[in-house]
Design a protein around this ligand. Structure first.
Ligand SMILES: *[C@@H]1O[C@H](CO)[C@@H](O)[C@H](O)[C@H]1NC(C)=O
Ligand SMILES: *[C@@H]1O[C@H](CO)[C@@H](O)[C@H](O)[C@H]1NC(C)=O
Ligand SMILES: *[C@@H]1O[C@H](CO)[C@@H](O)[C@H](O)[C@H]1NC(C)=O
Length: 388
């Protein structure tokens, strides 16, 4: 695993203890956020061990693969890497293909490593289905090194399909290796998209119906694999993420519901997690403050400390290091929030932690700004954890 991979876990966010190094483990099926934008001497392993692709690493000759259109295909070995080459191409679609069965209602992630025999040429991965052609992704492939094509798609009808590769420049050979096609059910997909498992809206979607079966299972998995776990999250200050029944509560009832929530989840997993995101994103949002008063978050941290005084109580925010232009969550505002929470009666000795979501956009990160921001936050001597 490389530094800089996005590790955005389902519900519980599983953390490696090293500062700024994310550690992502699989639950039943966890989304693989890794992507390479470098052209590498050797391709990486196929994601999800290839998923439903047969012979994804081409270690079994041409098994599972056939020609598409008028290309010729051959199995080649270079060093200890085996891959497939489509040459003598005449039409853009002339390449190598594999037949697969695709299911409607599944979400497919696709990846492959591509090289071309010369130049720097756009190559696409295409699925020919019963109803048409689906573009799974495109890449500029280069000669002498491997580029990762990462994409995905859904289909509107179940049935057989053919994966093939396409390049308008027919004078180049297309080399392919480490192919992966991994289907997700919508539920599996949503669970990683939302990171929703331990969140209030997923453990108590209707009032009083608390269900911890999913986080329980994940925690067991993490334990078995010696992975440290951080509880994410007790509350989320974004009004968008409040389940329906929360919105209709009076302040007094909401206050009681929040106390029940914090007691319930933190007593259940006390001693099992090394840290808690007590209030998520309370620099950008203030749902609980708007309903319960300016010190709502401070009160939650106070309660949290009483229930689980040994683990670190994190704030968690985005854009603090990744976007200098977001005025809501600058390091200075982060520091002020930490001070406010600590200043609340009884909070003087809180074991606070600084969580940084680190959702970098495709733009190159501003390393100098990041470094300076981390230095500033580190001056608090609170532990800093990054989701990256
Ligand atoms: C195809 O790619 C090769 C290698 O980069 C280049 O020399 C050639 O001009 C390209 N052909 C077309 C039609 O673009
Ligand atoms: C090939 O050319 C067509 C027509 O110009 C274009 O739509 C398509 O995107 C090109 N394919 C690739 C892989 O560049
Ligand atoms: C919390 O905030 C409310 C108003 O927002 C205030 O009345 C109350 O005194 C505060 N409590 C403490 C302990 O500061």
């Amino acid at each position: 695993m490389k530094i800089g991979e996005k590790s955005n876990m389902v519900g519980l966010v599983l953390w490696c203890i090293l500062l700024l190094i994310g550690f992502n483990i699989a639950n039943a099926l966890s989304y693989d956020y890794t992507a390479s934008i470098e052209c590498l001497a050797s391709p990486q392993k196929p994601q999800y061990n290839g998923g439903v692709i047969q012979n994804p690493e081409l270690n079994e000759g041409l098994k599972g693969w056939s020609t598409f259109g008028d290309a010729k295909i051959e199995h080649r070995t270079l060093g200890n890497n085996k891959f497939i080459v489509a040459n003598s191409r005449v039409h853009p679609h002339d390449s190598v293909s594999q037949n697969l069965n695709l299911e409607k209602n599944k979400i497919y992630t696709f990846s492959a490593w591509i090289q071309v025999s010369k130049g720097r040429i756009p190559v696409s991965a295409v699925f020919k289905t019963q109803t048409g052609y689906i573009l799974a992704g495109s890449i500029f492939a280069e000669s002498s090194c491997w580029s990762m094509l990462k994409g995905g798609f859904t289909v509107d009808a179940s049935g057989s399909a053919q994966l093939y590769f396409e390049s308008n420049n027919t004078s180049v050979d297309i080399w392919v290796d480490s192919i992966s096609l991994q289907p997700f059910t919508e539920k599996q997909w949503m669970s990683h998209q939302d990171q929703a498992i331990e969140k209030w809206y997923s453990t108590e979607p209707s009032q009083g119906k608390v269900d911890y079966s999913v986080p329980d299972a994940m925690l067991q998995f993490a334990k078995k694999n010696n992975v440290l776990v951080r509880g994410h999250n007790v509350f989320w200050d974004d009004p968008k993420y409040q389940q329906g029944w929360i919105n209709s509560l009076s302040p007094a009832d909401l206050s009681k519901a929040t106390t029940d929530r914090i007691n319930s989840i933190m007593s259940r997993y006390r001693g099992e997690v090394i840290g808690w995101d007590v209030v998520n994103e309370n620099l950008h949002f203030n749902f609980f403050e708007s309903k319960l008063g300016q010190n709502a978050s401070a009160v939650f941290y106070n309660l949290a400390q009483k229930i689980d005084g040994t683990s670190t109580l994190f704030l968690n925010e985005y854009n603090t290091i990744e976007n200098a232009r977001d005025g809501d969550s600058t390091p200075a505002k982060y520091l002020q929030k930490l001070r406010d929470i600590k200043a609340f009666p009884g909070n003087g000795n809180l074991k606070l932690g600084i969580g940084l979501e680190s959702h970098f956009s495709s733009a190159a990160p501003n390393l100098a700004y990041m470094r300076a921001s981390i230095d500033t936050l580190a001056a608090t001597n609170f532990p800093i954890w990054s989701q990256k």
